[in-house]
Write a protein that binds this ligand. Structure first.
Ligand SMILES: Nc1ncnc2c1ncn2[C@@H]1O[C@H](COP(=O)(O)OP(=O)(O)O)[C@@H](O)[C@H]1O
Ligand SMILES: [Mg+2]
Length: 310
């Protein structure tokens, strides 16, 4: 079996992707798979070049270890569909919906998945009107609609900071999503197939689970299983599946939630290519479910092949 591992790319999460990709190549090899790294650079924006690189490998499947734009937003998935190359994870449309937090929110609301009150603000709005457009009260979270790894995310506790936070979000996206800050325990739910993996609680040392807290060892603590009451954990598991399946996700994804002390867990987002680095949550959850990293990767490749046949 030959598997090409797509990594790198040109999104702001390129460095994270290179770390994920390296681990995936190692892990697949440990699982007895012939894994070939395919490091994408800006030159691969030329679709013909990328097509040649992918097809000339004669791969049985491609493992997508790309995060963010192009890799996680449905673009590469749509190309691989056209080229009839099986790939890991969710399909193009599900990835696109999950990547855009405004679109995800619309689906969550339609499916009755609790999510923090929100609004979208367009980059084309004149700057002088930004603050006035924001209706919700403080504190707020301002994020680019379609980025990841908490890049461009700011918690706003003071109205005078709103414009700066929006400007930061607009560096990465045409749209900003502004939502109510939800106090509570941050929990992430990995989903493999239709099974929810053990819940992990995230305790960041920083103000929130920002880029530094995510990728610098020691800047956040993972607690497994999450310290939430059993009834809440059941609800989190149900909502994680409802959120993911509502978007049309399949095979594997990771759902981020906040569990307030009172009331319903709130879904923040669904990640269709969860991090696969040393400090990443999904592999940790899989391990707690008895699945080593090589076994997990092998399962994902098998799922990709099965979809193709199906
Ligand atoms: N509504 C919210 N209330 C509280 N914290 C939030 C909220 N939205 C985001 N955060 C914090 O910001 C982090 C990143 O936000 P998230 O929506 O998961 O986007 P990303 O795709 O960048 O991971 C979360 O892990 C959490 O720590
Ligand atoms: Mg997140």
């Amino acid at each position: 079996m030959r598997v090409g591992v797509l990594m790198g790319g040109w999104s702001p999460e390129k460095r994270v992707s290179l770390m994920s990709g390296k681990k995936v190549v190692e892990g697949l090899r440990q699982a007895g798979v012939r894994a070939v790294p395919l490091v994408l650079t800006a030159a691969d924006k030329r679709t013909e070049r990328l097509k040649k690189r992918v097809l000339s490998g004669r791969f049985d499947a491609v493992f997508i270890a790309l995060h963010g734009a192009f890799g996680e937003d449905g673009q590469v998935q749509a190309l691989l569909d056209q080229w009839k190359v099986p790939y890991t994870g969710s399909g193009a449309l599900a990835c696109g919906l999950a990547m855009h937090k405004g679109c995800s929110k619309l689906v969550f609301e339609a499916k009755k998945v609790p999510t923090a009150a929100w609004q979208a603000i367009a980059r084309s709005t004149p700057r002088s009107r930004w603050a006035a457009e924001v209706r919700a009260g403080l504190p707020l979270v301002v994020k680019p609609a379609d980025a990841g790894s908490a890049i461009g995310v700011t918690i706003v506790r003071d109205r005078s900071k709103l414009s700066g936070a929006l400007a930061k979000a607009f560096r990465y996206s045409q749209w900003a999503v502004v939502e109510r800050f939800v106090p509570g325990v941050e929990v992430t739910a990995g989903v493999l197939g239709r099974k929810v993996l053990p819940l992990i609680e995230i305790v960041p040392k920083n103000e929130f689970y920002d880029f530094d807290a995510k990728y610098t060892p020691g800047r956040s603590t993972h607690i497994l299983p999450a310290r939430i009451p059993a009834a809440k954990a059941r609800r989190v598991r149900a909502l994680a599946l409802k959120a993911g399946e509502g978007l049309g996700c399949s095979d594997f994804y990771r759902v981020d939630l906040i569990v307030p002390r009172k009331g319903e867990p709130q879904v923040l987002e669904v990640n269709t290519v969860p991090g696969l680095t040393d400090t990443s949550l999904f592999p940790e959850a899989a391990k707690a479910a008895g699945l080593t990293f090589p076994k997990l990767l092998r399962r994902l490749v098998d799922m990709a092949l099965k979809k193709r046949r199906g």
